[in-house]
Design a protein around this ligand. Structure first.
Ligand SMILES: Nc1ncnc2c1ncn2[C@@H]1O[C@H](COP(=O)(O)OP(=O)(O)OP(=O)(O)O)[C@@H](O)[C@H]1O
Length: 306
C-alpha cells in the first residue's frame, strides 16, 4: 500500500479553470506537506483508467480536481474494479467544475485553499452509490449524485453549448430545450407501485443538488440506503418560469405536478419509440430500458466535519 496521495486533474473542467489553477494548487499542496503524485486527464473518461491504474499500483488516497463529471468517472473507475477492498479508498475533492453540484450537499468550498484544508483534516463519510444497468447495452454505470431519464438528460445533451455561462448553463439549457423536448411513455416500477405515463422526467437522487444548484428531489439523504425520487409528468415553460426560485430552494418538490417517493430499486421501461436520454451525475449515459439499485454506504469521501 502507498501512503501518498494521487491527484487527478481534469484540465478542461470549469471551462479550463482547473488547468489555470493547478500551479497554485500544486504549491498549496506542497506548503501543506502533502506527499503526492499527480496526472492530468488527457481525454474524456480518462480518469476511469487513471484511477484503476493507480489503485492497482497501491494508492488508496485520491484527490479529484474537476467537476461532477470527473468525480463521476472516478467513482465508476473504482466501483467497476471488482478485486479491491473499496472500503480502504478515500476521495477528497477540490471542486473546479461548472455545476459543482455534488460538493454542495457537503458544503465543500470552491476556494482551493479551504478545500485542501478539509482534505488535510481527513474527516470522512461513507455514501450510498447508485448502480444503473442499461438493458440494451448490458452495461453498468454508477452514480454518486443524481441520475434521471427524460428532460434532464435532454438538457445534459444540450448543456455543453452553454458551459461558458457557468452555473447558469443548466438553467439556460433547460429553458432553451423546453419547446423541442418530446415526452416518452414510461413504465416505472418500484416496491408495490407501477406508474405508466408520458413523462417529463424521472429523477433518482442520492444527494441534494443538480443542474447547477437546483434542488429537485425532496429530503435527499446520501446515506439512508434509499433513492429520493421525483416524478414529473408534465410542467410547462410557463410553470417553470413561475417557479424559478422553487427550482433552487427545493420548494418545487411540493408542487402538485411533482410526486416524491423513496425506494432502493427501480425498473424503467420505455413503452414507445420516442428517443430517451438517461443522465448520471450530469453525464449522458444512454437510452432505453434500465434498472437502478442502491449500494448502501459503498464509498468513502473526505468532507468537512459538521
Ligand atoms: N483532457 C480532456 N479532454 C476532453 N475532455 C475531458 C478531458 N478530461 C476529462 N474530460 C471530460 O470532461 C468532462 C467534463 O468534466 P467535469 O464534469 O469535471 O467538468 P464540468 O463539466 O466543467 O463541471 P460540472 O460537471 O460540475 O458541470 C467529463 O465528461 C470528462 O470525461
Amino acid at each position: 500500500m502507498i501512503d501518498k496521495w494521487f491527484v487527478i486533474i481534469n484540465p478542461t473542467s470549469g471551462n479550463g479553470t482547473s488547468k489555470k489553477q493547478w500551479p497554485l494548487i500544486f504549491n498549496e499542496l506542497k506548503n501543506q506537506q502533502f506527499e503526492f503524485e499527480f496526472s492530468f486527464t488527457e481525454y474524456e473518461k480518462h480518469s476511469i483508467k487513471l484511477i484503476q491504474k493507480t489503485i492497482n499500483e497501491g494508492f488508496k488516497k485520491f484527490i479529484c480536481i474537476g467537476g461532477d463529471g470527473t468525480l463521476h468517472n472516478i467513482v465508476n473507475g473504482i466501483l467497476s474494479l471488482n478485486s479491491i477492498n473499496i472500503s480502504e479508498i478515500k476521495i477528497g475533492i477540490i471542486p473546479i467544475g461548472t455545476g459543482n453540484d455534488w460538493v454542495k450537499t457537503y458544503h465543500i468550498p470552491k476556494d482551493y485553499k479551504k478545500a485542501i484544508e478539509i482534505i488535510k483534516n481527513k474527516y470522512s463519510v461513507k455514501q450510498d452509490i447508485g448502480k444503473i444497468t442499461l438493458e440494451t447495452l448490458k452495461t453498468t454505470i454508477y452514480f454518486n449524485n443524481l441520475a434521471g431519464i427524460g428532460f434532464d438528460g435532454y438538457v445534459v445533451n444540450k448543456v455543453h453549448n452553454y458551459k461558458n455561462l457557468g452555473f447558469l448553463a443548466y438553467l439556460t439549457g433547460a429553458l432553451v430545450s423546453l419547446t423541442s423536448y418530446k415526452k416518452p411513455l414510461l413504465e416505472i416500477s418500484f416496491d408495490n407501485t407501477i406508474i405508466k405515463s408520458k413523462t417529463l422526467m424521472l429523477l433518482i437522487g442520492l444527494c441534494k443538488f443538480s443542474g447547477g444548484g437546483m434542488q429537485l428531489t425532496k429530503n435527499a439523504n446520501p446515506a439512508d440506503g434509499l433513492f429520493d425520487i421525483s416524478f414529473i409528468k408534465n410542467i410547462s415553460l410557463f410553470n417553470i418560469l413561475g417557479n424559478l426560485p422553487g427550482l433552487f430552494n427545493g420548494k418545487i418538490t411540493n408542487h402538485k405536478l411533482v410526486t416524491n417517493y423513496k425506494t432502493s430499486y427501480l425498473k424503467i421501461k420505455v413503452l414507445d419509440t420516442i428517443e430517451t436520454y438517461i443522465q448520471a451525475d450530469g453525464e449522458l449515459i444512454g437510452s432505453g430500458d434500465f434498472t437502478v439499485s442502491i449500494l448502501p454506504k459503498a464509498l468513502t469521501f473526505i468532507v468537512p466535519k459538521k
